[in-house]
Design a protein around this ligand. Structure first.
Ligand SMILES: [Zn+2]
Ligand SMILES: [Zn+2]
Length: 267
């Protein structure tokens, strides 16, 4: 058995070959629904049964409405959308409000809708088949979480979502039983530290400092680089003593995690 982590989007913005945040776990679990979702085929979209959202920002939820519209099948059970109560409220109030998009939580019928919203909280775990999803606390400008995906066979992946420096996040990462691959943002370069503080994103310097608190030794996949600042962020990350374990995501990588062959990148 293996745990498949397919990066669909890992950019902090748009442009040629840039997609915003989305990750497919195996075939059935999506984490965030940014523009990377647009590269999935109809057949792949129809296999998604659970969507875990990190927060309400558009670059992470923007393609959820379109996904819902694509996958209608009268026989399929509702897709479960897991998120913080504040994120679900934002979706209800501002997206699925019959103005921006129809409310697919009561279509085609309230008894058997396309989407079902499930409220989650940091510290909680959700079991889906052989994978246990741990909800991690994150620190952003809106309520936000990250996710740890633990496979029964002893493989672990974690994604922080958008976050700034937070002791609670690193404590939670340290309590995960396994961590082979950590996907974390480093959205802004060091010279934009003031902006990073306001927008609650990591910079390479802040990330290098905080990685010292991590007890696991995972591969580190860096995401959410702001377009136009990629080369500066790359240069600054290379100064970290963890640089040899880092990979800067381009947005089309696939990782197969095996219990013995940890964080083997195959594509
Ligand atoms: Zn955000
Ligand atoms: Zn974002």
């Amino acid at each position: 058995m293996s745990l498949s982590v397919r990066i669909l989007g890992a950019s902090g913005g748009i442009g040629p070959n840039r997609r915003t945040t989305s990750i497919l776990i195996d075939e059935d679990i999506l984490i965030d629904a940014g523009s990377g979702v647009g590269d999935l085929t109809l057949g792949e979209l129809e296999q998604v049964r659970h969507i875990f959202l990190t927060h309400s920002h558009l670059d992470h939820i923007g393609f959820l409405p379109m996904l819902a519209d694509m996958v209608y099948s009268p026989d399929a059970p509702p897709i479960q959308v897991h998120a913080l109560p504040a994120t679900l409220k934002a979706l209800r109030d501002h997206v699925f409000n019959w103005v921006i998009w129809p409310d697919f939580t009561c279509l085609p019928s309230p008894e058997r809708p396309l989407l079902q919203f499930q409220a989650i909280q940091p510290g909680q775990q959700v079991m889906i088949g052989s994978r246990e999803i741990h909800i991690l606390p994150a620190l952003h400008t809106v309520p936000a979480v990250g996710y740890g995906v633990m496979h029964n066979d002893g493989m672990g992946f974690a994604f922080t979502g958008d976050t700034s420096s937070s002791g609670a996040l690193w404590e939670a990462l340290n309590t995960l039983p396994y961590l082979d691959l950590l996907m974390i943002e480093s959205g802004l370069p060091d010279e934009m530290d003031g902006m990073a503080d306001l927008a609650k994103h990591y910079t390479p310097h802040r990330l290098a400092d905080d990685l010292e608190a991590l007890h696991h030794q995972p591969r580190i996949a860096i995401t959410h680089l702001k377009p136009g600042h990629e080369s500066a962020i790359r240069r600054q990350l290379q100064q970290s003593r963890h640089a040899s374990r880092m990979v800067l995501l381009e947005g089309s990588e696939r990782f197969e995690l095996h219990a013995q062959n940890r964080a083997l990148k195959v594509g």
